[in-house]
Write a protein that binds this ligand. Structure first.
Ligand code: SF4
Ligand code: SF4
Length: 338
């Protein structure tokens, strides 16, 4: 899906913002889409290299179907090359490995494991678009939700098509989207496509959550945090949940220490001061509850990634009646809705 023929043998992939021009016999930047005889093929349509139930909070998605479990899948490959990727073994591998699995089998496994939805995650769902699209369509027919955990580098037309079946998307910023950091640490030439993608998701009514990985020394500018928060507020709304994530040294970035809690708290305070209603910290146990933005009462209590109390009633605060941005209420486990 999503490519154009250029002359006799080349193709241009239109799936992600890289728009790779791929000669005959070669693959694009993501290594998993190949030009064979002038046609572009996905090499990973049926190559699942991770499939496991997770709490939806692990994505992280805090304001969508809290307390539910989601069947989380991925294939090899990625359209970014982050030097700090904690899933680098599967996202950066050159070999196309994985177990053959059809969309029907994935949906069945999700149902058998008691999950209420499917998340396309761990690597980058854009590059396994066709599998994600077919599985998401089937999942909807079977009453399951679908969420993407994505770097946001997808082009508008593919977003438009998948949005019919997508209930939520977590879009991951790194270093608050600082251009230099993204170029040096993620091989991303421009961040503009991410903002374009976010506007497209918003337009299509997909529930959005934003994460921002704060990396000490190289991607922890509080000025950038402020700019990002202001952009989110203006373009996506103050009800958009935002998660500031702790970085841990990994893969090629082992000489930078983990993010100090106080840096994360500083980012949290900036977002709250800007008027964002749902702000969280991630990869730490602090500041991960949901409070009513009007009366400040506790609405969702979490212990790490487990939702242990849920007070929202019909999308509203039970104490003051404030409308709460909570998506996917029909998938919240009945035991939590008391
Ligand atoms: S999906 Fe892969 S082949 Fe297509 S433009 Fe992006 S990196 Fe290139
Ligand atoms: S975008 Fe995500 S999966 Fe891809 S390399 Fe970066 S951190 Fe890893």
């Amino acid at each position: 899906m999503f490519y154009e023929k250029l002359g006799e043998s080349k193709v241009r992939c239109e799936l992600c913002a890289r728009k790779c021009i791929i000669p005959e016999g070669k693959t694009g930047f993501c290594r998993v889409r190949k030009n064979i005889d002038g046609r572009l093929y996905s090499l990973i349509y049926d190559r699942i290299n991770s499939a496991t139930p997770n709490p939806i909070e692990k994505k992280p998605c805090y304001n969508f179907a809290p307390g539910s479990w989601t069947f989380s899948i991925c294939t090899p490959g990625c359209n970014w090359r982050c030097k700090y990727c904690c899933n680098w073994i599967i996202s950066q591998e050159s070999e196309i490995e994985g177990r053959k699995m059809t969309p029907e089998e994935i949906v069945q496994l999700a149902k058998n494991s008691g999950c209420r939805g499917i998340s396309y995650t761990f690597t980058e769902p854009t590059i396994f678009y066709e599998l994600s699209y077919d599985t998401a369509k089937l999942a909807h027919e079977e009453g399951l939700y679908n969420t993407w955990v994505t770097n946001g580098y997808t082009n508008p037309e593919p977003i438009k098509r998948i949005s019919r079946y997508l209930d939520a998307a977590t879009v991951d910023f790194k270093g608050s989207g600082d251009e230099r950091f993204m170029r040096d640490f993620s091989s991303v030439p421009s961040t503009e496509p991410i903002y374009r993608a976010l506007r497209e998701y918003k337009k299509r009514g997909v529930h959005l959550e934003i994460t921002d990985l704060i990396v000490p020394r190289v991607g922890d500018s509080m000025e950038r945090v402020k700019e990002l928060v202001e952009w989110i507020k203006e373009n996506l709304g103050d009800e958009t949940p935002i998660h500031f994530l702790r970085f841990f040294p990994t893969y090629k970035v082992r000489d930078i220490p983990e993010t100090p809690l106080k840096t994360l708290e500083e980012a949290y305070d900036i977002a709250k001061a800007a008027g964002m209603k749902y702000v969280y910290l991630g990869n730490v146990s602090e500041r991960n509850n949901t409070y009513c933005p009007n009366c400040n009462r506790l609405l969702i209590k979490r212990r790490w990634m487990e939702t242990i109390e849920y007070k929202i009633r019909d999308g509203r605060c039970p104490y003051c009646g404030e409308e709460i941005n909570i998506g996917g209420e029909r998938w919240i486990p009945p035991g939590l809705k008391q």
